[in-house]
Design a protein around this ligand. Structure first.
Ligand code: CDP
Ligand code: MG
Length: 677
């Protein structure tokens, strides 16, 4: 089992970033005293209050509060782990910002981060999670009337604008992890900047890791930047001599190598997603088993978005003496979560990124090299508690020449349908002139408008229709919400809700262990219905009855089923609000398939096997582009082209559908591009 070093032994220290001078505070390196204090703290396992006082933000508490009192909008920059997310809301609470029942809201781009920091803060404050401290993420609201500190995903705060356009129940809004520049965070920037103008008492804090904070300042009319001086220990960086053919294998080898050759300290590995992480963890466990007592204990812990929360909490548990912990994470551990005790970082240099082709309307998730900014954040994770080491599984040349400087903001590489619908329902009609920090490409905006027009959410003037207003109320993609709303007409909302719920937990329903692939695939075949993958999902949902035993026997992930049931309950609750009756078409699949078509007709592909006289149409849920493109959730068999006319008469011309010789996808009819802008 190859333990030959794959990295170069010479090291070059991580250069400190920029050496920017603090605007409002004085930057200084940690003194020798502080350093030993800190590592001592790690060893002694401090009480929670002591830990709070040991965080880099703590000495600046008063200055920070004074700056917040003085300025309406403040940019806060601080190294990851300095206490921005967990401490600042508490300081504000202690300072009285929640008097008169006002709330402090703090957004996070990632669900896991929102849940995990809320749990941590409720512990620190000694209250039950969901009471004074709560979190809200899509399909899961863990808050109550009493909640004063509310952590939430950026997408959830965006939705709150629908019910409370001036966010009047909040005294402070913290847009955290601003450097991540997610689509929702970027939209929030524009909206918050706007409401801050007519709500002078609202405090706005933009919190970011040490990355390009001047841009935030410029966007927010030169708001001052408060820099929290970080404590960062030196990190030695190692590169591989040659590019790695198999970075997963390289990760496993590196972890074991560190484990047997290096001084105590935990390891953090960055991979791109759940599948990779699970594979890596399995490989590590397998090799540790084989090595048995020849090596000290190695605790292997995964962390990714869909991991159940009890397992997420494990990564924060202190490592038992004599053992070593290895956390295998997505880039959630880059800046959103800080795990104490990490000394070694392994960085293969990749991340999963959404990209969008506005010409074809195809959205894809591609594993690509991460940016240099990301790579530096990752390396920085190794130097929080002591001097650390970062092993980059790529060459120094690749770092210099093959990586982009920074990551392109999501708004420039994603489908905007959802966000456009939301902005339209907030009464923002002129999207071209919306205050974007970085505007999306024009074609992407136009395509989103076209799609919404096709779905009937916008009229030919680009105005929101009654249907569109209802669609915006549902926290799902426009096509899915159209499908749900169409189920009213076809009298099958019970079944459609189950399908929608299953689609939203999509990737993780079928369990396919490597050693039982054949059994798993056979089990899956049993759910086949001659109406397509959507009906298969419905079939699984109906048959499971949420029995753990049944799920086990049928290779279905019980956890995913439970989650689907939760999602379905939430959606059912929303149906009442948008006044859609619950109806059932049990046993008759035609109405169900029509409702699906009504939502997804925009995703039609023509079957072009030679021999067919008339084209046959397929409906798909999403196109996923990995090594080659394939459709996920194909609605088959081919649907009747008259259905397309029935569900979207304004969109399809009968003639085009019948024209068997047509080479292209159905073209849109009506005047869209010019009129909708
Ligand atoms: O937001 P920022 O990166 O500046 O730091 P933070 O998330 O507030 O983390 C401050 C401290 O809280 C770190 O030492 C974390 O390890 C700790 N923390 C924790 O122990 N458990 C959590 N779920 C979240 C944070
Ligand atoms: Mg944070």
């Amino acid at each position: 089992m190859g333990l030959t070093p794959i990295w170069r032994s010479s090291s070059c220290p991580l250069s400190p970033d920029g050496g920017a001078v603090a605007d409002l505070t004085v930057s200084r390196p940690p003194s020798q005293e502080e350093k030993s204090e800190l590592s001592e703290a790690v060893r002694r396992k401090l009480s929670m209050q002591e830990v709070r006082r040991s965080l880099p933000v703590y000495p600046y508490r008063q200055y920070l509060l004074a700056a917040i009192a003085e300025h309406q909008i403040l940019i806060i920059e601080g190294e990851t782990g300095s206490g921005k997310t967990t401490q600042i809301p508490q300081y504000l609470y202690e300072e009285g910002y929640t008097e008169k029942g006002m709330k402090i809201g703090c957004t996070q781009p990632r669900r896991v981060a929102a849940m995990s920091v809320a749990a941590r803060v409720s512990q620190e404050m000694g209250v039950k999670l969901g009471n004074e401290v709560g979190y809200s993420i899509r399909f899961e609201d863990c808050t109550s009337e009493r909640t004063l500190l509310k952590y939430m995903t950026d997408g959830m705060l965006l939705r709150e604008f629908l019910t409370e356009p001036d966010l009047s129940s909040y005294s402070v809004i913290i847009i955290d992890e601003a450097h991540e520049r997610t689509l929702h965070t970027d939209i929030l920037f524009g909206l918050i900047k706007d409401i801050a103008r007519f709500r002078p008492a609202l405090k706005v804090l933009i919190a970011s890791a040490t990355l390009d904070t001047e841009r935030f300042s410029t966007f927010f009319d030169d708001a001052p930047i408060f820099r929290i001086p970080g404590r960062r220990f030196p990190v030695d960086i190692f590169y591989t001599k040659a590019p790695e053919a198999d970075y997963l294998e390289a990760c496993v080898v590196s972890v074991l190598q560190i484990h047997v050759t290096q001084a105590p300290g935990d390891i953090l590995v960055f991979l791109t997603g759940q599948e990779e992480i699970e594979a890596c963890c399995e490989m590590l466990q397998e090799r540790c088993r084989r090595l048995g007592s020849k090596i000290p204990e190695l605790l292997v812990l995964p962390i990714y978005a869909n991991l159940p929360s009890d397992m997420q909490a494990k990564i924060f548990e202190p490592t038992p003496p004599g053992a070593r912990k290895v956390v295998v994470a997505t880039n959630i551990a880059e800046t959103s979560l800080t795990i104490d005790g990490i000394i070694y970082v392994i960085d293969p240099g990749f991340c999963k990124q959404k990209s969008y082709n506005a010409r074809t309307g195809m959205e894809s998730l591609i594993v690509t090299p991460c940016s240099r900014a990301s790579a530096n954040q990752r390396a920085g994770r190794a130097g929080r508690v002591a001097a650390g080491k970062c092993f980059r599984l790529y060459t120094a040349w690749a770092y210099k020449n093959e990586m982009e400087e920074t990551t392109v903001p999501e708004i420039q590489r994603t489908n905007l349908g959802n966000v456009v619908l939301l902005l339209k329902s907030l009464g923002i009609n002129d999207l071209i002139h919306f205050d974007f920090m970085d505007p999306p490409p024009h074609e992407t905006l136009v395509l989103a408008l076209e799609q919404l027009y096709a779905l009937g959410a916008l009229n030919h003037l680009g105005e929101l229709t009654k249907l569109g207003r209802k669609m915006a109320e549902l926290p799902v993609d426009p096509m899915l919400s159209k499908m749900i709303l169409a189920s009213e007409q076809y009298k099958c909302s019970e079944q459609i809700l189950s399908i929608a719920a299953m689609l939203s937990v999509n990737n993780s329903i079928f369990y396919r262990p490597k050693d039982k692939v054949v059994h798993a695939d056979n089990a899956r075949m049993n759910f086949f219905l001659p109406g397509g993958d959507h009906l298969v999902l419905l079939n699984v949902y109906t048959q499971s009855a949420f029995s753990m035993q049944w799920c086990y026997e049928n290779f279905i992930q019980f956890r995913s089923m439970r989650r689907a049931r939760d999602v379905r309950e939430q959606l059912e609750g929303l149906m009442e609000r948008i006044e859609v009756d619950l109806t059932s078409s049990e046993g008759d699949y035609v109405p169900i398939r029509k409702a699906i078509t009504a939502g997804f007709f925009y995703h039609t592909a023509r079957l072009t096997r030679t021999g067919y006289k008339t084209p046959r149409w397929l409906i798909y849920h999403e196109l996923v582009f990995t090594t080659k493109e394939f459709m996920r959730q194909v609605h088959q068999p081919a649907i009747d082209s008259t259905w397309l006319l029935e569900v979207a008469p304004h969109y399809y011309k009968a003639k085009e559908l019948e024209d068997a010789s047509a080479k292209k996808l159905p073209r849109k009819v009506g005047k869209t591009r010019e009129e909708l802008g």
